[in-house]
Design a protein around this ligand. Structure first.
Ligand SMILES: NC(=O)c1ccc[n+]([C@@H]2O[C@H](COP(=O)([O-])OP(=O)(O)OC[C@H]3O[C@@H](n4cnc5c(N)ncnc54)[C@H](O)[C@@H]3O)[C@@H](O)[C@H]2O)c1
Length: 382
């Protein structure tokens, strides 16, 4: 099957590309290096040194004999995306190509404007490219569990049956995001739903929780295949940041009370979920929404687990509670459903000491590259 990955140079995109290529899919990538350039511009180097995308696919070919096509370009440019669709003719497309950072979207008007334009115009171009050149192509779009916020009722998988004055209707589950970035994800979902209703497209929208980890079977083969993993306050995500803090001997920085609870998953499981979505496509005219995480944890629980695993390696991190730079509930009800991917066959890799210790050991090899001055939060929602 021909699978096009938009955002194929990113934290999730590159490991997905290698895993699908190894599994026999015909893979093509598009990326405009937004993430790399933003890291250079803001002086936020990732943990591991990164080859360019062309160098990565050349190394991949040398190691495996498998080829991956690369286009360096911006999917908000419709002509470019159209050319890729005309030549590659994808049967499935995975859309990772967005500005993915909540703090980045809250930095100021320039970054807010960029986030809205990049994320929404990219999604719109994708919809039009599929309609024009590959109407049967299955769109697999990365949403986020953050679209739902933290409501005081159970979170369903995408939809909610509502009874009102004696009549019933099924609606998209109410969404209430906690950042501009998360708001663009809601708007993406609304746009996809409009075009599914109007043009009968096949779409899977994966409401994914924060992903952790930086090791997949392909990356274990050669460090030079490492993915773009950030630990700074803008592009780093909580668990990966805690791992880095444990390695450099900094206190793990919990924002506020630390009772904020979310659904997390291992990078390996993200890839497994994507494969399940590809192999079991949504029907024509269906917006299928699946909640993509394997276990819920509070920030305090994550910090405690990292401390426990690090302790077994002779590292002894402490935990420091900071004034929360974000505006979010620090104590709340959280009970999201996540049955659909399990029903398709997902077998979770949960957050065990062994998983944490393997990541810690990997980061330790690159300890000299880590800068402790870029970890603490400076971006606030105020
Ligand atoms: N990483 C997580 O924990 C997580 C959790 C939930 C949802 N997501 C979503 O998953 C997707 C991938 O996240 P990630 O962590 O890999 O982010 P990432 O920034 O590492 O990857 C996104 C890639 O897309 C590229 N890109 C951005 N805009 C583009 C454009 N207009 N044209 C071409 N390429 C473009 C970037 O250069 C980058 O390489 C995002 O949509 C993100 O919102 C991620």
């Amino acid at each position: 099957m021909r699978v096009l990955i938009l955002g194929g140079d990113g934290y999730l995109g590159w490991p997905t590309a290698m895993a699908l290529s190894e599994a026999g899919y015909d893979v093509a990538l598009v990326d405009n290096y937004f993430r790399r350039n933003a890291c250079v511009e803001r002086d936020l180097p990732p943990i591991f040194p990164l080859l360019t995308l062309h160098e990565r696919v050349a190394l991949w070919q040398q190691l495996t004999g498998r080829s991956i096509q690369v286009t360096i370009g911006d999917i908000t440019n419709f002509d470019l995306l159209e050319r890729v669709f005309q030549t590659f003719k994808p049967e499935a497309v995975i859309d990772y190509a967005e500005q993915p950072s909540a703090p980045y979207s809250m930095l100021g008007p320039r970054e807010a404007h960029f986030t809205v334009r990049n994320n929404l115009c990219g999604t719109l171009n994708l919809i039009h490219a599929v309609k024009r050149h590959a109407p049967d192509c299955h769109i697999i779009k990365l949403g986020t569990m953050g679209e739902y916020g933290t409501p005081n009722i159970d979170i369903e998988e995408g939809w909610l049956e509502v009874e009102h004055k004696g009549r019933r209707e099924k609606f998209l589950y109410p969404r209430q995001a906690g950042s501009l970035y998360h708001t663009t994800k809601i708007q993406d979902t609304d746009m996809l739903w409009f075009y599914v209703r109007t043009w009968g497209m096949r779409v899977t929208d994966l409401m994914q929780g924060p992903v952790y980890g930086m090791i997949t079977p392909q990356i274990r083969r050669d460090d030079r295949l490492a993915t773009c993993t950030n630990y700074d306050e803008i592009f780093g995500t909580v668990l990966n940041r805690f791992l880095v803090q444990a390695v450099v001997g900094m206190p793990l920085t919990v924002y506020g009370k630390g009772q904020q609870t979310r659904g997390y998953l291992n990078l390996i499981d993200t890839i497994a979920c994507i494969r399940l979505a590809i192999d079991h496509p949504a029907a024509a005219g269906e917006l299928r929404i699946m909640n993509q995480f394997t276990e819920t944890m509070s920030v305090n629980e994550i910090a405690a687990r990292v401390c426990q695993a690090a302790g077994q390696m002779g590292l002894n991190p402490t935990v420091n509670h900071l004034v929360n730079p974000r505006k979010e509930a620090e104590e709340h009800y959280y009970n999201p459903t996540h049955n659909k991917l399990t029903a398709l066959g997902l077998q979770p890799h949960l957050l065990t000491d062994a998983v944490l210790m393997e990541q810690l050991a990997f980061i330790q090899r690159y300890r000299a590259r880590i800068r402790d001055d870029i970890i603490l939060p400076r971006t606030t929602w105020a």
